[in-house]
Design a protein around this ligand. Sequence first.
Ligand code: SF4
Ligand code: SF4
Length: 354
Amino acid sequence: MARTDIGPPDYRLMLPETITSNYGKWKYHEILKPGVMKHVSETGDELYTVRAGSPRLVSIDFIRDICDIADKYCDGHLRFTSRFNIELMTPKKENVDGIIGDLKKLGLPIGGIGDCISNIVHTQGWIHCHSAATDASGLVKSIMDELYEYFTEFKLHAKLRIAVACCINMCGAVHCSDLAVVGIHTTPPKVNHEKLASTCEIPSVIASCPTGAIRRHSDKNINSVEVREERCMYCGNCYTVCPSMPLADPDGDGVAIYVGGKVSNSRKPPMFSRLAVPFIPNNPPRWPEVTSILKKIVEVYARDSKKYERLGEWIQRIGWERFFALTNIPFTEQHIDDFTYATETFRATTQFKW
Ligand code: SF4
Ligand code: SF4
């Protein structure tokens, strides 16, 4: 019988020798150039790291190609970062250029370390998830093509994290990223009354709605639910628990753009990202409206921010009215919070800029 409950393999068995012998002894690190850093141990040992972007969704052939480079230069060791970048490490400085050359031959960009745009944390999209309002891999490819130079060069005053989620379940990091793209619906669910009772647990469906828009069907002979459309804000949560309430709509689905989140405690506490653009319709395969507004925000931020200032810190300093003015993003009624703690987001001061 197969063994169960064995957990993941012990990571210590997979560490490069230089890391094993210097574990917990690292003294400092330096970023030598885009995508390359050096760690120095108190023993005097050095470890060079080359970071390359990856599309996250990769083939086994792709993994084998990366393993070949690891075999050639890194004694068979490699790692993936928490943003799906690939890192190849070597104690030999003379190996760095070879690693970079071989990664570039695979078409991978070198970068993503330091004050730059690293990889985009993203989700399943139309490739695999049933509740997506947009695609993930297609959007990410389009955005990174547009912002490529920010990955491979130091063009910013601080890190800029981008995340994509294809529905408001927000798998990943969209709620806490400098820039975030979130798939949203704009039409209510279409209830399949014939199938609902046999496919869904009705109390769970009613309880899934954050605005209380779902109730038992008013006709007691129909074993189903009704949606009060004036209360529905198309979150799709009812569809997550009930396959008889689909709401995907090719014409109504699209994305919203959020800005200003961060998770680190540096300088200012972590922040949630906030709404910048309420809706842009899906426009595959390149989403040009989305990529151009993101580029605009990045360019204005790069120009106007101060050293170390994350995008959210920059907005806090200049004020939201100035952010909308500088980026030419129209401010609409959708920007005004109208959910549970909305009043906390209203301006309770006379301080503002014309
Ligand atoms: S964000 Fe939504 S659509 Fe995307 S993978 Fe997560 S649950 Fe699926
Ligand atoms: S989409 Fe969201 S708001 Fe609309 S009925 Fe379903 S759970 Fe409620």
